[in-house]
Design a protein around this ligand. Structure first.
Ligand code: A2P
Length: 287
């Protein structure tokens, strides 16, 4: 898969070419067995390039917090699918996704027009690397994101197991401007009212949001703010250490790479489903 990381749609959807077979109107006759046809329940646009939506959940669909699934739309000759992180809790009735809109992107330029009642296709199986099982035990969990990379962390923040495993959860979100930070603010602000995690989240979640281009309360790339120590000083917490921290990284390819390098310099070792470790990087959308 060559699409990059946006939960997502991780944003690197390629603009469509001028001759576009997807515009033909004849419906795909039959869906492949690995896909189900779901219905859109809600759509909320945050900016002209970011929106969230929820869809119905098939009764048999299971996933772990942090995993992604292929979703998409029916087109004339084939389903057009991309990987999206699931933002809802594993126990939620509906499935929530957070998407970038790539101008002229084959899928997102169409997906951004969905309305309640419309059809969205979804693969029957979820998978992914950003899961709690792939981390060894520690005290604090850092969820470090840029852009739509926050989406899998919405799921992890809504999952009770997160608070059983970690005493403190620090979620960081960096975007270009303040308007792009609203989704993570909405998710974190709603946590105290969540019947499953409300009590734990109210006391144990800290959100640190920064922007890099527009005006906002805190400015700067999270990599720079961590490296200089400013992020930890702002939050009044101890700097990152493999002795007591675990980290999940999710954002653009460049960000994932820089953040991974920062952690490795600090002595963290990467984990996986097969061999749990001290940090995890979203790999689904790379390569
Ligand atoms: P910047 O504005 O300095 O590029 P995007 O919307 O392009 O995916 O970017 C989301 C956020 O991620 C932006 O604030 C951007 O900062 C930041 N970002 C992009 N690349 C990196 C990187 N390599 N390290 C840290 N932050 C990054």
């Amino acid at each position: 898969m060559t699409t990059l990381s946006f939960p997502f749609l991780r944003a690197m959807e390629k603009p469509k070419r001028s001759i576009n077979r997807l515009e033909t109107s004849a419906p795909l006759a039959q869906l492949p067995e690995n896909l189900s046809a779901e219905r859109v329940l809600e759509v909320q646009h945050y900016t002209n390039r970011l929106f969230r939506f929820t869809i119905t959940r098939p009764a048999s669909f299971r996933f772990r917090a942090g995993e992604f699934v292929m979703i998409g739309l029916r087109t004339a000759d084939r389903p057009l699918m991309r990987a999206y992180s699931i933002a809802s809790a594993p126990s939620a009735e509906a499935l929530e996704f957070y998407s970038i809109i790539v101008p002229d992107g084959p899928l997102t330029s169409r997906l951004c027009r969905i309305k309640p009642g419309d059809e969205v296709l979804m693969a029957r199986k979820a998978t992914g690397t950003l899961v709690l099982d792939a981390l060894t035990p520690a005290t604090r969990l850092f969820l470090v994101s840029t852009g739509t990379g926050f989406a899998p962390f919405a799921s992890i923040l809504r999952e009770p197991e997160t608070y059983a495993k970690f005493k403190q959860v620090i979620v960081t979100h960096t975007c270009r401007d303040a308007a792009e930070l609203r989704y993570s603010a909405d998710v974190v602000n709603a946590l105290p009212d969540d019947p499953l995690v409300g009590e734990a989240a109210a006391f144990h979640v800290m959100r640190y949001a920064t922007c890099t281009r527009g005006s906002c309360q805190r400015r700067g790339r999270i990599t720079d703010l961590m490296q200089s120590g400013k992020a930890f000083a702002d939050m009044g917490i101890a700097p990152l250490s493999p002795a007591h921290d675990r980290v999940m990284i999710c954002g653009s390819l460049g960000f994932n790479h820089d953040m991974q390098a920062l952690l490795m310099r600090a002595g963290f070792t990467e984990g996986s489903n097969a061999a749990p470790g001290e940090f995890l990087v979203e790999k689904a959308f790379v390569g």
